[in-house]
Ligand binder design. Structure first.
Ligand SMILES: [Zn+2]
Length: 258
């Protein structure tokens, strides 16, 4: 196994997306997590002098696959993506589903099924780097909108991510954190850690700083979508006797109306 540290470059693109490029200096392997925008990804590769070898696609939405074909024709990179959305991923070469593992340049990659936002979305967890790329499943202080799946699917997806080591660095697909913080406070108003974090986020965004990556530990303490079992949230919602899934479903429904 190749345990060398990957270099990770995160950059904003489109309106509120993040692109991420991973580079292994030892092998020259260069991986783009999704390809939200051809030009933005290309610019980062060019400025760092990197040759793209792989794209890891999380789901079929246009703002995650737009650059697949153009980048593949420019670099001849291999495109890996979700088996359950294989027909919808431009340029796909290899596909995987929940529980699969593969490796690139000796780096182990574990595939976590995270359906809900779309039916086949997957996250990529790199245990030797302590990072997960979960696109539109788990956000800082939020979770993805449920477009194709059910609340139960999304709840299960988030449980899978929440089971990773607490120190895992979480990279997500969008900078939604400021709006997510306002919503989080509306269902968890007495969480002082959340209130502190919300203030920090405001300062970061005022200074144009990204609020991602986050850590799983911080999300477990402050993200209401991972806290359906929290007594204070359950009491606030008047749902003390409901299941965690019911509470999660109610929180997701409130966010849709917020
Ligand atoms: Zn999406």
């Amino acid at each position: 196994m190749n345990a060398s540290k990957l270099k990770i470059y995160q950059f904003p693109c489109r309106q509120d997306n993040y692109g991420v490029i991973l580079h292994d200096p030892q092998s020259g392997t260069t991986i783009s997590i999704d390809a939200p925008e051809t030009e933005a990804v290309g610019d980062v590769l060019e400025s760092k002098g990197l040759k793209l070898t792989h794209i890891l696609t999380t789901h079929h939405h246009g703002d995650h696959v737009e650059g697949n074909e153009a980048l593949k024709s420019e670099y001849g990179c291999t495109i890996i993506g979700p088996a359950e959305e294989a027909a919808k991923i431009p340029g796909l070469d290899q596909s995987y589903g929940h529980g699969d593992t593969f490796d690139i340049a000796g780096h182990r990659i574990e595939v976590i099924g995270t359906p809900g936002h779309t039916l086949g979305q997957i996250a990529y967890y790199l245990p030797d780097q302590g990072v997960v790329f979960c696109a539109d499943a788990l956000f800082a202080l939020g979770c993805g909108r449920i477009f194709e799946g059910t609340p139960e699917m999304m709840f299960t997806a988030l449980e899978r991510l929440a089971a990773l080591p607490a120190e895992t660095l979480v990279y997500a697909g969008h900078e939604y954190t400021l709006a997510n913080a306002k919503f989080a406070l509306s269902v968890d108003p007495d969480n002082s850690q959340l209130a502190d974090r919300a203030r920090e986020i405001e300062v970061m965004r005022d200074n144009g700083k990204p609020t991602l990556p986050t850590t799983l530990e911080l999300e477990l303490q402050t993200n209401p979508f991972l806290r359906a079992d929290d007594p204070a949230i359950r009491k606030f919602l008047g749902m003390e006797s409901h299941s965690d899934l019911d509470v999660f479903t109610e929180i997701r429904a409130r966010k849709d109306r917020f």
